[in-house]
Design a protein around this ligand. Structure first.
Ligand code: GLN
Length: 520
């Protein structure tokens, strides 16, 4: 039996959430769960179609359509994650989380509906709407989850696991449905469904606000800066206005991809987005070096580790995010999907495995922790990279089992995603919480932004690999024996890099552990 005080504490933790409690968690979590589920439904439903749509429609007549597609996909991915840093900042300083989520959701829904128009200009504008919208939506919905729990509440971690499940339910169902609609009725319908998904997300969020479960959380900062005027316009109108103005500018950046072999400008074979990200990368590294110099010795060591794990994460996402580009193309051209699913639908496999594995793996950490055997972060990161490497090795050797048409059995793709998803669970959720532990309080928000940027930079890696593995052809149905070796050779190289990186991290882990001090 619990001592009297503990019973009280237990009671407080399970019943005392403002706005009500469901399953021991704040009721608001479930509104955010469904809002994010539907937002990710739209994000991943669209992503499942994106590469194939570019190849089949936007760049259809180009010989270097794979190359152009890889470039645009990479710019889109980099900008869609980089925008979250700006969206998070504007929300903290001016708009507040609620307004930002609405603004972001509306812009994203517009983007998805514009994508349903088959036209090149509409295409680039649509992607830009999604980039700006995601910048406002994604960081704020995640911070909102954290804000539902009082500081130090032990339920927070499991709250985030529930939330991560929501993300992946969206990521699992959407490619199946949007992929099916696109294949059966046409691209418009697939993209259109993604738009309705986003609107459903907003509806859930709105009903949460209506029912009062969020209390007064997520309001704009109390200093009233939202109503201050600039250029004669109130900030609350100015920011949406600027966001819409940013759309054509971003569309211009996205459409500045280059043709294969075009090195005519000062930028060589790099496009504008590549150059922008190089400049941002160098500036951030410079700024981090400055912060490290300014810190005391203990902070310095931890900060160094925080930067290291962010870099490892970038490498991991750089290979993982190939799923929406090179791996989707491999699935279309070289995997025997007859009677199973379409190439777009294979995008659901990662999320499917995350749903299956998230709870068992988090229970495994808890169990190991009880016997003091829970491995420390550097070990988990090393293993994550190693698993990613092995997963690509599986795809590389799948070529040996191809049929006479150059198609490999589906089993290899399924196994590849199984291993990659275990790797993801060893790194992504663990890293998120370690960043908060390892960063000095005064820059923890900035470090979160840097953590999100790891996904943005990863897409630069994705672009590089996508261009290297681009197949040159005007044939819409290129594939089979013509492409098999290009992909399997590429996957073998990725496997070697990832396994190599994993081994280096494992070898260095005793040293990294020392630098981490008391942080697990
Ligand atoms: N799958 C996760 C999400 O959609 C993480 C993706 C990422 O950061 N690259 O939120």
């Amino acid at each position: 039996m619990l001592p009297k005080n503990d019973i009280k504490l237990e009671k407080r933790l399970t019943t005392d959430y403002e706005g009500g409690t469901v399953l021991g968690h704040p009721k608001g979590l479930f509104y955010l769960f469904f809002a994010e589920l539907w937002e990710r439904f739209s994000f991943y439903g669209m992503r499942a179609l994106l590469t194939l749509y570019m190849i089949d429609v936007i760049f259809q007549a180009f010989v270097d359509k794979d190359y152009a597609t890889a470039a645009v996909y990479s710019s889109y991915g980099s900008l869609v994650y980089a925008s979250t840093v700006i969206g998070g900042r504007i929300s903290d300083k001016i708009l507040g989380m609620r307004n930002s989520i609405f603004l972001g959701g509306i812009l994203m829904a517009i983007g998805h509906f514009v994508l349903a128009i088959e036209n090149n200009l509409a295409f680039f504008l649509a992607l830009s709407f999604i980039i700006v919208g995601n910048g406002f939506f994604k960081p704020n919905i995640s911070t909102f989850v954290g804000a539902l729990y009082p500081d130090g509440d032990s339920k927070k971690d499991s709250g985030f696991t529930i939330f991560y499940m929501g993300i992946n339910i969206g990521g699992w169902v959407a490619p199946l449905l949007c992929g099916w609609l696109a294949a059966t009725y046409g691209w418009h319908y697939g993209f259109g469904l993604a738009g309705f998904g986003m609107l459903s997300g907003l509806l859930f969020f709105w009903s949460g606000i209506r029912s009062g479960v969020f209390g007064d959380r997520g309001m704009p900062p109390s200093n009233g800066v939202i109503n201050h005027t600039f250029l004669g316009i109130k900030n609350k109108f100015l920011i949406p206005l600027f966001s819409v103005f940013a759309v054509p500018l971003i569309a211009f950046l996205l459409s500045s991809y280059k043709a294969l072999g075009d090195e005519s400008s000062m930028l060589g074979d790099q496009n504008l987005v590549n150059v922008i990200f190089k400049v941002i990368g160098i500036s951030i590294l410079g700024y981090l070096a400055y912060i490290i110099i300014q810190s005391n010795p203990d902070e310095r060591k931890k900060l160094f580790v925080a930067i290291l794990i962010t870099l490892f994460m970038t490498v991991f996402w750089g290979f993982h995010e190939l799923s929406g580009s090179v791996i989707t193309l491999f699935a279309k051209r070289n995997v025997d999907l007859t009677g199973i699913m379409t190439a777009s639908q294979t995008n659901s496999l990662n999320s499917m495995w995350i749903i299956v594995l998230a709870i068992p793996i988090s229970l495994m950490w808890t169990k190991l922790a009880k016997s003091k055997k829970n491995p420390r972060t550097p070990f988990k990161f090393g293993m994550g990279l190693l698993l990613a490497g092995v997963s690509f090795y599986v795809l590389a050797i799948s070529g040996n089992f191809a049929n006479s048409e150059g198609l490999v059995p589906f089993f290899y793709l399924l196994l590849m995603y199984f291993l990659l998803s275990i790797g993801e669970l060893f790194m992504s959720p663990v890293g998120l919480s370690k960043i908060t532990d390892l960063s000095p309080k005064r820059i923890v928000a900035f470090m979160m932004g840097v953590w999100f940027l790891s996904s943005a930079f990863a897409f630069q890696v994705v672009g590089f690999i996508g261009k290297e593995l681009a197949v040159e052809s005007t044939d819409a149905n290129v594939g089979g024996l013509d492409t098999l070796k290009i992909y399997t050779d590429g996957f073998l190289l990725i496997a070697k890099y990832s396994i190599g990186a994993g081994l280096i991290v494992l070898l260095a882990s005793p040293l990294i552990k020392k630098l981490m001090g008391e942080v697990h």
